[in-house]
Write a protein that binds this ligand. Sequence first.
Ligand code: SAM
Ligand code: SF4
Length: 363
Amino acid sequence: MIEHLYIHIPFCPNICPYCAFYKESAGRERVEAFLDALLRETEQWAHRLRPRTIFFGGGTPSSLSIPQFEKLLAGLHSSLDLGKLEEWTIEMNPATVSSEKAQLLRKAGINRVSMGVQSWDNKILKALGRTHDAERAVESYGILREAGFENLSIDLIFGVPGQSLQSWRSSLEKSIRLAPEHLSAYGLTYEEDTDFFQKLGRGEMTPDEGLEADQFELTRELLGHSGYRQYELSNYALEGRDSIHNSAYWAGNDYLGLGPSAFSTVGSKRWRNIRDTGIYSETTFHGKTAVDFEEEATESLKSSERAAFGMRTLRGLSIQDAMPWELGLREALGHGLVEISSGRWVLTQRGRLLADNVAEIFV
Ligand SMILES: C[S@@+](CC[C@H](N)C(=O)[O-])C[C@H]1O[C@@H](n2cnc3c(N)ncnc32)[C@H](O)[C@@H]1O
Ligand code: SF4
């Protein structure tokens, strides 16, 4: 049985200039056709699913309206066996949170919200092209707590041009005061096919790597002192609040992804649904496959991925598990990127900043 289910909801009320996730801003009819197809795809897989975790990602899942959520949640409840469900997460954009929506989601069994706050500094929110301001984000956070959500996560972004160390410190401090159970702090990446990427190419945006490194270290320090464990490079949680879904994914467990652009890895197969909502909806609704890419997930591919993800986690990699990559790791040791601590390979402070370079060892 597959224990981890990802559902991609590809709609956003506004497209952010840095974001490369598959999404579109769409009208009502398109959403309806998508929901019909998604429920059809769920039914096709239901006999192989007994989810311990469900993750509604996007896009902005919270951009669905109340009637659309009612239809989606009723459909999922009627086709899935949810008897083993431990964690059901939804990604929400603060601009789309309402009390009625929050209550509906909580009642339907969703027990974790990851909210894309990004920054508590209105100047930075504007630079990121966000439609909400800090005041709206506090209000949305309060609405979620009032609706009974006891497991909240906040997404923040650092390394934004114009974002001083002080602005980042204030965003961290403000987040800590709100006391979410989990925090994700991402360094801004310039993804291909985004406005920011083009601006970078034209020299209109200039990353400051030194400042970004300081912001990263400040994050570890402030969150660490406030009881948040850095269990993965970008993820921090209070005791017992690591994301079960993401941890399972990083550990290399099987997961099923439904919706356009969603990846799945089940047994020795990996595939991706087409990155086109219209085609996805049309083909899936008619019982045909929306898969546009598949490959053999060989044991060697899976163990490389497990090792690469393992190195990004606090625990690192046991010397035993790391044997196939020992040569590369020894070289990285020489460059001060990794070290051996309590019998495990772990990243050094420098390695944490250059984690993508370390990951290349496992490719
Ligand atoms: C799919 S979004 C989900 C949340 C929701 N759509 C929103 O924006 O509020 C997941 C998270 O990825 C992060 N993210 C997206 N693009 C990024 C980029 N280019 N660099 C760093 N973080 C990024 C943001 O923190 C965002 O909250
Ligand atoms: S960051 Fe979130 S709201 Fe912005 S475009 Fe990406 S998925 Fe949509």
